[in-house]
Design a protein around this ligand. Sequence first.
Ligand code: ADP
Ligand code: MG
Length: 678
Amino acid sequence: MSASPSLEALKGVGSEVAKKLEAAGIRSAEDLYSYYPRKYDDYSHVVSIAELRPGPVSIKAQIKQAKGRYLRRGLHITEAIASDSSGSVRLIWFNQPYRAAAIKSGADYFISGLFELGKGRLSINNPSMELVSDFPVSTARVVPVYREAKGLKSNQVRRLIRDNLPPADALEETLPKWLVQQEGLMSFGAAVKEMHFPSSADNLEAARRRLGLEEVFALSLASLMNKYAIADDLAIAIPFDEQLAKQFVSSLPFRLTDAQRKVVWQIYKDMANTRPMNRLVEGDVGSGKTVVATMAALMALKQGFQVAFMAPTELLARQHAETVYKMLDSVGYHQRVGLLIGSLSAKQKQDMHARVESGEVGLLIGTHALIEEKVAMQQLGLVIVDEQHRFGVEQRKKLLKKAGHQVHVISMSATPIPRSLALTLYGELDISVIDTKPAGRQSIITKIVAPGARAQLYRQLDTVLEAGRQMFVVTPLIEESVARLGARSATAVHKEMQAVFPKRRVGLLHGRLSGDDKTSIMADFVAKRLDILVSTTVIEVGVDVPNASIMLLEDADRFGLAQIHQLRGRVGRGEHQGHCYLIPSDSGPPPKRLLALESSSDGFALAELDLKLRGPGAIYGHAQHGALDLRVARLDDKQLILSARRAADEFIKKRESLLNYPRLRMKVQALRAVTNLN
Ligand code: ADP
Ligand code: MG
């Protein structure tokens, strides 16, 4: 963040505290005051001691007779008497030996805590207390409670914010004045202050609305600006050839689902237009996106344009090349398909470059090698990006630049962006959802297995392996890492599986292997030379092994729901019933999120649920999406979203410049980078 002083310049922050703050994602004063409370405890009602009733209470009193002692080793107790004009009450602190000495006799304190029975007497246990003459933040008010992380305590955050929050009028307004007026918004400075130290429930609500509106406003601006940026240039229209489309469809070994037809039709309409298509095709795992992409590509080929089809992994790129080749065979366009991936030999690459340059290859399928290699596509008319969220913005941009002019773009994703978020990000017109699956698909049986029940599960799985089936074991990490200690790595699990299943052949697949190694390990698994494949999420996308019927997920709670849903789509693709076992990292009651996977096979519903529980950033499991995280706004607040979108429209119509709003500009830029498909 711009001119924020570094952390250590803050009051109460030394290098130790700075480290903890950074671990929690707080790197500047601004980050600190944007660290909004997780919840609030209401201690605002101050009563006289005579009125005390069991429960959370606040009193205003003086403190006497404070003394501390050890009850036994490791258990210290401080007792004191608080009194006001109505009576007195006992205060008790456990293991806070500094308490007695810190008390100023004769001074008025606010004291808040739980009034409850202890050793036969009512007392206030472990209360917070603050001098009435200070600005109380932990007592006699609605008290903010912060998310605790890595040794960072809520109390500590509260104190740091109290000591460093600039006065409300010192924080510059971040939104346009007309918007603040029009929507009757609280000022930025006041809203930040109210979020941390609310003066009333109404004011807190007003602060939330103000900051939430700002978040969604930034999202909407980013999406609009992306749209206008591409609408300025014209793309080349690619007309629709009904004859050819019909011929292709009738040559397929299956009937297109209604959803597929609808989406193909939307795409053909877009392509026939000079407004550059920027369409996101969302469809659950197995909904049949590849054939939709192939139909779009076919039309471009027919009309003399080239197509770049980019996939995130070599495995997937190869697989796409094969299936697309087969599908296009029937209409005679298969010879124009080419594959370009990093692991080809220099000679093969050169050859492919030449065939692309001459136009012989019209549909080039590949990984990010499409960007990095010197690929010259003179007649590029359509770009298809599979699993678009796995690519960085820069990568996508570079691919599009190859054309030298605007092209039509289809982005495909099986990690469903929840509809509520997608609408805000992309708007109604540019999303296509393949919302039905081909008939006859069996769903996968998913079960959560407590870590303690491993042995029993392994015995059960061994009989399935004995019967000839295969199993994926997926872990979140490649190797033990310091940053996420406790998670089981693929290398560790690989060793473990070899020990547990001595009769089975166990392979290891992860992203750091060379392309050749990955391909050969995958080929071994496909050819049943391996029974068990331990892997990181590199197998998340695409891989098709019909004989694999079991998936075991280690540290399942570390994955996003949509991601797990996509992973489990790898099994049960053949005639055998698919099973997915989720092993959480802790024993104890399974997290609610995971339970949803047992009962739901709807990827969109799962993504929507994850969005509610963990925010957009978490859904994608990808750092860049952190920019999408909403701290305050709720996407189910229709009124708020409507207001924010209207405001964004107006901002553009008024020809306002973001240069006048530095904080807003920074946010919008980050968001554009994440959501821009073009
Ligand atoms: P995804 O949407 O996950 O990319 P794919 O395009 O890989 O799905 O399709 C999954 C499988 O379903 C493929 O084997 C494909 O041939 C098949 N398929 C696609 N559309 C249909 C359909 N309409 N009817 C039956 N099978 C289909
Ligand atoms: Mg796919």
